[in-house]
Design a protein around this ligand. Structure first.
Ligand code: BGC
Length: 348
């Protein structure tokens, strides 16, 4: 069967291997036929040789952590043949740490977790994969075209879960949300904000292309300005650019008792001028919380599946700006202007 793979750490090693072995039974009882995988910045970093780790003793890593598949067989009876399914990306560390011990692997403390298609576990960009029931998430049958958005939605479901937990430290009735960055994570964070009945603002550099209309279609307001120029102080910021200047600006901009959730993985190495004392003063005097958020546990995947099932299907579909057949896999990983979410299609 086909598998899209790289040799982690070496550039230009992206290959589709035609005779990759079938998934071994140890991988999980549920056998799945791949429909599609979504592609994100992490895949591009792995392809560039900057990130990623092959399974122990192997040279190549199968890519793909934003899975969508159809169950071929499930002898455990957890799912039925024909069901749509996604595989949870992260597996708990083997020690396990205090969080992995209670299945909060998204909060792993020792870094020994593994991740499909990223760190030590084969990804989902292959014709067939297997999954254990505890890492399999069923999807509404109506999500056959867009279900590969479940993984990025799980990441923002976790972000919102933690924002709300932090909010409960005091009486808190948030009204205004600022999302910085209108890529897939930003747009999905905005979707979950509108589902919470909040007043949503999305800021991005783009003045043309599909982003402004996608934001407006949610009933949210689009801003192609600088953060400092916004004429309101948000109660919540979900920062999805990872751009140092934007990250700094939202920490100043957030309102009293406001919460800033950082989700963008910056590359680092760029320095900007800052005044940590002034920033500290602003944060302390306003009881602000700034926190980072990555990955998601099973609870978040289930929340994400519900959020997608409730969302407008046409809107979700328009996040997917290119569907590339596996035969042309290299095109899928070459970024194009106006790309939002590119998916690799295993059925085309
Ligand atoms: C994935 C996360 C993962 C992170 C770090 C992201 O692209 O969505 O699930 O934890 O990369 O590897």
């Amino acid at each position: 069967m086909r598998a899209v793979t790289v040799t982690p750490g070496s550039q230009n090693s992206l290959r589709c291997i035609a005779d990759w072995p079938e998934p071994p039974p140890e991988e999980g009882a549920i056998l799945v036929e791949a429909l599609a995988v979504g592609i994100c910045g992490t895949d591009l970093e792995i392809i560039a040789g900057a990130y990623g780790e092959a399974p122990p003793g192997e040279e190549r890593l199968v890519l793909g952590h934003e899975a969508l598949g159809r169950v071929l067989e499930d002898p455990t009876g957890t799912l039925q043949a024909g069901d749509l399914v996604a595989g949870i990306v992260r597996h708990p560390d083997p020690v396990p740490c205090t969080n992995c011990a209670v299945d909060e692997w998204d909060m792993c403390r020792n870094g020994l977790y593994t991740e499909h298609g990223i760190k030590g576990l084969p990804g989902f960009a292959r014709d067939r994969w297997r999954v254990q029931p505890r890492f399999a998430v069923g999807l509404d049958p109506a999500l056959a075209e867009v279900g590969m958005l479940l993984e990025p939605t799980s990441v923002v479901a976790k972000a919102w879960d933690h924002i709300e937990r932090i909010g409960r430290r005091a009486e808190w009735k948030p009204q205004t949300v600022l999302v910085t960055g209108a890529g897939p994570i930003g747009l999905l964070a905005a979707l979950l904000a509108t589902q919470r009945g909040l007043s949503v603002h999305v800021l991005d550099r783009a003045t043309a292309g599909p982003k402004p209309d996608l934001v407006r279609a949610l009933g949210a307001t689009y801003h192609a300005t600088q953060v400092a120029e916004l004429d309101f102080e948000p109660d919540v910021v979900v920062e999805c650019t990872g751009a140092p200047v934007v990250v700094m600006a939202v920490m100043y901009k957030v309102g009293p008792t406001g919460i800033v959730c950082l989700t963008g993985v910056s590359s680092g190495g760029r320095t900007i001028e800052s005044d940590p004392g002034a920033l500290n003063r602003a944060l302390v005097l306003e009881n602000n919380v700034i926190f980072g958020s990555v990955n998601a546990n099973r609870r978040h995947w289930e929340q994400a599946a519900e959020a997608l099932a409730r969302a407008d299907r046409g809107w979700l579909n328009s996040l997917i700006t290119r569907r590339v057949p596996v035969g042309a896999y290299a095109d899928a990983y070459a970024s194009q202007k106006d790309d939002i979410k590119v998916v690799l299609d295993f059925q085309a």
